[in-house]
Ligand binder design. Structure first.
Ligand code: PCA
Length: 212
C-alpha cells in the first residue's frame, strides 16, 4: 500500500494558530484511503523540526512526503519548487533561536527541487475552485529548512518523493487584512495534493515559471 507522510506546523511568531497544522489534523480525521496517511505537527524550532521530519521518514519510509506550513502573506495554496541550503531567520523560532546565514546541511547541495508534481498539484487545486500556484521560494526560515531536510532524507531512499506546500491563513484565525481561505478548503487542497502526488510520479508539462 502506498504510504504518505503529511506534516504541518504548530503556531509561531506569537500567532494563536497555524492553519497548516489545523488542516493536517482535519484531513487526518476524514482521510478514507486507499493510501495510508501518516500525519504529524512539527515544532517551529530550527533544532527540532528537521530532526523530527527525518525521524518520521526513517521510521515510516513513506513513498511520498508532503510537509506544509503557513505563508501568511499568500492568497493561494502554493506547492514549492525549490528548497535552498540556507537559514537566515528574520524572526526568532519558538525556542528563541535566530541563526543568520547558516546552511541547513553543511556541505550539502545548494538546493533540491521538489520531486512531487508541483504544476499538476497547482492545476488540480485550481480546478477544484481553490487558488493554487507554484512558488519558487519557500523562504529562509523553518519551513525551507524542513523542506530541505525532507528532500535530503528522501534523496537517500530508493523511491521516496517529497515536497513542501505553503498555505495561506485560514479565515478562522487570519489577522485583520491578511488574505485567507476557509480551513476546509485548505484541508481539501492538501488532500488534492496527496492524491495528485500518488497518481502522478512525473509533473505535467504545463507552461509556468516566472519572468522577473
Ligand atoms: N511557516 C514558517 C515556519 C512554520 C510555518 O508554518 C515558514 O514559512 O518558515
Amino acid at each position: 500500500m502506498t504510504r504518505v507522510l503529511l506534516t504541518g506546523f504548530e503556531p509561531f511568531g506569537g500567532d494563536a494558530g497555524n492553519p497548516s497544522g489545523d488542516a493536517v489534523r482535519l484531513l487526518a480525521a476524514s482521510w478514507d484511503g486507499p493510501a495510508e496517511l501518516i500525519t504529524a505537527v512539527l515544532p517551529v524550532t530550527f533544532a527540532d523540526a528537521p530532526a523530527g521530519i527525518r525521524s518520521l521518514i526513517d521510521e515510516h519510509e513513506p513513498d511520498i512526503v508532503i510537509a506544509t506550513g503557513l505563508a501568511g502573506n499568500r492568497a493561494a495554496v502554493t506547492p514549492e519548487r525549490v528548497a535552498i541550503n540556507l537559514i537566515d531567520a528574520r524572526i526568532p523560532d519558538n525556542a528563541g533561536s535566530r541563526p543568520i546565514d547558516e546552511p541547513v546541511v553543511k556541505g550539502g547541495p545548494a538546493a533540491y527541487f521538489a520531486t512531487i508534481p508541483v504544476k499538476a498539484i497547482a492545476r488540480d487545486i485550481s480546478a477544484a475552485g481553490i487558488p493554487g500556484e507554484v512558488s519558487f521560494t519557500a523562504g529562509t526560515f523553518v519551513c525551507n529548512q524542513v523542506f530541505y531536510a525532507a528532500m535530503d532524507a528522501a534523496s537517500a531512499l530508493p523511491r521516496t518523493r517529497a515536497g513542501f506546500i505553503h498555505v495561506p491563513w485560514s479565515t478562522e484565525h487570519a489577522p485583520a487584512g491578511a488574505p485567507a481561505l476557509p480551513l476546509e478548503d485548505i484541508a481539501r487542497a492538501l488532500e488534492i495534493a496527496v492524491r495528485t502526488s500518488i497518481r502522478s510520479s512525473r509533473d505535467a508539462a504545463i507552461p509556468g515559471g516566472a519572468v522577473s
